[in-house]
Structures are given as structure tokens and as C-alpha cells.
Design a binder for this molecule. Structure first.
Ligand SMILES: CC(C)(COP(=O)(O)OP(=O)(O)OC[C@H]1O[C@@H](n2cnc3c(N)ncnc32)[C@H](O)[C@@H]1OP(=O)(O)O)[C@@H](O)C(=O)NCCC(=O)NCCS
Length: 188
């Protein structure tokens, strides 16, 4: 009698060839609170930057810097006393830059209810020993989900470049810096 076919859903997931994902959990403590007693947006962003850095540096096995942060979405507030889990993933690798997608899940310790509270995208740059951008390890796409993340990140990279180029053109057309913007610089 032929052996029954293996159920692919019961097979262990093969280990990834690269360190692309990092999860970090912390307790939302009173020192993270704002005047309303909930977690301050700035405190959360600092935590997210640290996790994005750790995810990028672990993937690159090298020092990385944050060059930009976008699509920051504060979907729901986080209460002091909740458990904050930050999920970071390398979505895309260009030459020296990487997009790290970040999702935040808050958990109420009494009800165990979990909520997706925040998300954002960090662009990090892989740096060499001399503090110059250097080639990051090319991304190996290992699943359909990773392919979708990659394509979405590629689209955001194009959008970032276009927004920066159009912003730069506005600066140049007006002949003076737009209020609230940084000094003019190269477009990417
Ligand atoms: C990051 C930094 C080294 C980039 O310098 P640069 O002269 O722009 O370097 P490059 O032109 O080679 O760009 C490097 C990469 O960053 C990307 N990049 C640059 N500016 C960007 C921006 N505003 N948004 C998204 N990506 C950007 C480029 O597209 C390029 O990606 P690629 O190599 O995958 O194609 C420089 O801007 C820097 O030192 N910034 C300060 C970083 C910092 O202090 N962060 C806070 C503390 S960690």
C-alpha cells in the first residue's frame, strides 16, 4: 500500500537563509507616558527606531543608520501597562539601503486581547568601517508573502524618489526654501 502523501501544512517551515525578521517585546512603563497617561508617540518612535536598527544591523551584519521614516500610522493608542510587541522585517534591499517594515501589536495583560496599533517603514543604510554607505547583502526572496512585501516596498521607494524630486523642483521654482523643510540637498 502506498504511503499517504505528506500534509505540507504539517511540515516544519524551512529555516530562512537570512536574518530578515526581528521581534521585540517590552512592557509599556509609566516613563513612556504622555500627559494623557498613554504611551507617548515619541517614546514609541524611539523604540521602533531601535528595533528597525537591530533588524537592519543583524541582517547586514554591519552598522546601519536611519535615513528616513515614512507612513507612520498611529492607529490606536497604547495604554501604560500593556505589552508592546514590535515586529520588524526586511522588506526590500537596494544597494546600500534597506526598507524595514515595522508593525506594533499591543496586548492587554488582563484580557490577553491583542491590537495592531501602529505601523511604519524605516529606510536604513548599511555603513562600512569608514562610515560610508556600502552594499547590503542582496535579499533572497523565499516565499510568496516576501515577494509581495518586496514589490510593495519597491513601489514606496519609487514614490519617495518622486516626492523628493517634486519637492526639490518646488524649492527651485520658488527660489527660496519652503517653510518647515530641511536645507536643499540631493534628490534621491
Ligand atoms: C545615510 C547617509 C549616509 C546617506 O548619504 P548619501 O550621501 O545620501 O548616500 P547615497 O546617495 O549613496 O545614498 C545611500 C542610500 O540611501 C538612500 N537614501 C538617501 N536619502 C534617502 C531618503 N531621504 N529616503 C530614502 N532613501 C534615501 C539612497 O537611495 C541610497 O540607496 P541605495 O544605495 O539602496 O540606492 C547620510 O544621509 C547620513 O549620514 N545621514 C544621517 C544618518 C543619521 O545620522 N541617522 C540618525 C542616527 S542613526
Amino acid at each position: 500500500m502506498a504511503a499517504p502523501a505528506a500534509d505540507p501544512t504539517l511540515e516544519p517551515t524551512p529555516p530562512s537563509q537570512q536574518e530578515k525578521t526581528l521581534h521585540m517585546t517590552v512592557l509599556a512603563s509609566p516613563d513612556m507616558a504622555n500627559f494623557s497617561g498613554r504611551v507617548h508617540g515619541g517614546s514609541l518612535l524611539k523604540l521602533l527606531d531601535q528595533v528597525a536598527y537591530a533588524c537592519a544591523a543583524r541582517y547586514c551584519k554591519s552598522y546601519c543608520v536611519t535615513v528616513s521614516l515614512d507612513h507612520v500610522f498611529f492607529k490606536e493608542p497604547i495604554q501604560v501597562g500593556e505589552l508592546i510587541t514590535v515586529l520588524a522585517h526586511v522588506n526590500y534591499v537596494g544597494s546600500s539601503s534597506l526598507e524595514i517594515g515595522v508593525k506594533v501589536v499591543a496586548e492587554n495583560l488582563k484580557t490577553l486581547a491583542k491590537r495592531h496599533t501602529n505601523s511604519c517603514y524605516f529606510t536604513m543604510v548599511c555603513m562600512d568601517e569608514d562610515g560610508k554607505p556600502t552594499q547590503a547583502p542582496p535579499l533572497i526572496i523565499e516565499s510568496e508573502a516576501e515577494r509581495r512585501l518586496f514589490k510593495a516596498a519597491q513601489m514606496r521607494r519609487e514614490l519617495r524618489k518622486e516626492v523628493m524630486a517634486r519637492n526639490q523642483a518646488l524649492h527651485e521654482a520658488s527660489g527660496e526654501p519652503l517653510p518647515g523643510t530641511a536645507v536643499s540637498g540631493p534628490t534621491h
